[in-house]
Design a binder for this molecule. Structure first.
Ligand code: FAD
Ligand code: MLT
Ligand code: ZN
Length: 466
């Protein structure tokens, strides 16, 4: 059996010498998060090729009391995928487990390994004549294992749900190195506790997801996308309600952006341009789709926007006339995070609020922040249709110095408005302490009991979530 001294050599025997990275140059990309907020150290980065190798590695780590940090594309927004500074952990990267095992078009399912990059699954589903609808700006590098472990949301949640809604079964290596073969393709199965939901959104703290059965959908034959100028979040909410009731499940996504977000993108991202002749305080991006190629979606959208102008909900709009224009409008929304990263440090919030209360939240929280920090820049955008705001705050040249005071104001308002401190990014290390102030003691106790039952030695992604 392995000892701490022989662990890395023993792991090399399981996965092969080339699948164990130990030099600083090789491990560096795995040790710092996307936002450059956290850097850890690790004994090694281990890249197993299959589920049996993952299980064997976990058994060696249990024998030597070695923590394991599972990692997919390392695009976590909350420092969930990087180790701490002790150097005791291994990073277990799933990025070699990148095979789509099968696609069953009659069952509308795909069985995919955890390390498959989201965009590659979207492409493979498309080649099979199906849609895998999860979509987020990090889709070129995030992985299915990471999407499952964070219960990722993204821009198509209104129509297709969060990642949790797209899963039928999982294969998991448990914290003691056993393999749970839960790759069921069933849409109905009430045989006791639904174990897959323990691991979805657990951020690697309860086990390692190695594969999943995911739902596929018909490919939309028609899309219509518009960027709409509105005066305020209250107008945006009215527009959302209009679109929801006019289009029901043809409404795929509805995103809100404050002016400052568009300015950031125009400033930092090459080949982007302002679509309007005037500058508008708020913009709403709307996407509709339909499975019929002859659906006059563009005409319907235009008519509905006409009614929105008449009622004063909207003040200006651009409807994309081609796929290239659709992409250009989406680029203004999807590049906000990258533009903000290039701009400098900001205090990031990924909150959800009951949709009806979003305008009042923004008004009150903006006022409270500006009262304390008159120079604050409020970069507010997000998935309005899901009640999810990325309510990011920046103070010029102060970096994160006032993060605690800013968080206090924002999260007090989140509580007052009945919201959540994490809508879609998870808890990671960024919000672990904060979580204990916002979830009930009963809920925290149940989470800890579950953690203790599955991972009694606290080896799975310690220091994250609970
Ligand atoms: P990682 O960052 O590697 O890991 C995330 C967490 O999951 C960590 O806790 C890690 O330990 C755990 N984990 C990873 N793989 C496994 C596994 N196989 N088994 C067990 N645990 C595992 N998120 C959204 O929800 N919506 C968005 O719209 C969105 N947009 C983004 C845009 C940008 C530009 C960026 C950089 C990020 C965005 N994110 C978004 C956040 C991030 O992309 C998602 O959380 C994504 O799901 C993480 O996937 P990943 O493969 O990079 O996971
Ligand atoms: C987004 O919706 O663009 C993301 O969740 C990323 C972010 O919040 O920065
Ligand atoms: Zn988001």
């Amino acid at each position: 059996m392995s000892t701490a001294a022989t662990l890395v050599d023993d792991i090399k025997k399981i996965v092969g010498v080339h699948a164990v990275l130990t030099t600083p140059a090789d491990t560096a990309p795995y040790l710092t998060d996307w936002r450059r907020s956290y850097t850890g150290t690790a004994l090694a980065v281990v890249r197993p090729a299959n589920t049996n190798e993952v299980a064997e590695v976990v058994k060696r780590c249990v024998a030597t009391n070695t923590p394991i940090v599972p990692q997919g594309g390392n695009t976590s927004m909350v420092g969930g995928s990087v180790p701490d500074a002790t150097g005791r952990a291994i990073v277990l990267s799933l990025n070699r487990m990148n095979h789509i095992r099968s696609i069953d078009t009659d069952n509308d399912t795909a069985i995919v390994e955890a390390g498959v990059i989201l965009q590659n699954l979207q492409a493979a589903a498309g080649q099979a004549g199906r849609l895998f609808p999860l979509s987020l700006a990090a889709e070129g590098s995030c992985t299915i294992g990471g999407n499952l472990s964070t219960n990722a949301g993204g821009t198509n949640v209104l129509r297709y749900g969060n990642t949790r809604d797209l899963v039928l079964g999982l294969e998991v290596v448990t914290p003691n190195g056993e393999i749970w073969h839960g790759l069921s393709g069933l849409r109905k199965d009430n045989t006791g506790y639904d174990l897959k939901h323990w691991f979805i959104g657990a951020e690697g703290t309860l086990g390692i997801i190695t594969a999943a059965v995911l739902k596929l959908f018909p490919i939309p034959q028609k899309r219509a996308v518009a960027l709409v100028a509105v005066e305020s979040p209250a107008h945006a909410l009215k527009l959302l309600n209009r679109m929801k009731y006019a289009f029901a499940d043809r409404l795929v996504g509805l995103e809100l952006m404050a002016r400052v977000c568009v300015d950031l993108v125009l400033r930092h991202i090459p080949n982007t341009r302002e679509p309007f002749t005037e500058h508008h305080a708020w913009q709403v991006l709307i996407e509709l789709n339909d499975s019929r190629a002859d659906a006059p979606l563009g005409d319907w959208l235009e008519a509905e926007l006409g009614a929105a102008f008449e009622s004063g909900e909207a003040t200006d709009a651009v409807i994309a006339a081609s796929e290239a224009q659709i992409n250009a409008l989406w680029q203004l929304r999807e590049e906000i995070s990258e533009a903000q990263r290039l701009e400098g440090k900001n205090v990031k919030h990924d909150i959800s609020i009951p949709i009806s209360r979003i305008p009042a939240f923004i008004e009150k929280c903006d006022a409270a922040l500006m009262n304390t920090f008159p120079n604050i820049s409020l970069v507010c955008f997000g998935h309005l249709g899901d009640g999810n705001l990325h309510y990011n705050c920046g103070l010029p040249s102060q970096g994160l110095a006032n993060a605690e005071a800013i968080n206090q104001i924002v999260y007090d308002h989140v509580d007052q408005f009945g919201g959540s401190i994490s809508a879609e990014h998870g808890i990671g290390q960024l919000k672990r302490i904060e979580l204990t102030h916002h979830k009930s003691p009963v809920a925290i106790a149940m989470m800890r009991q579950l953690k203790q039952a599955l991972d009694p030695y606290n080896l799975m992604n310690p220091g994250k979530v609970v």
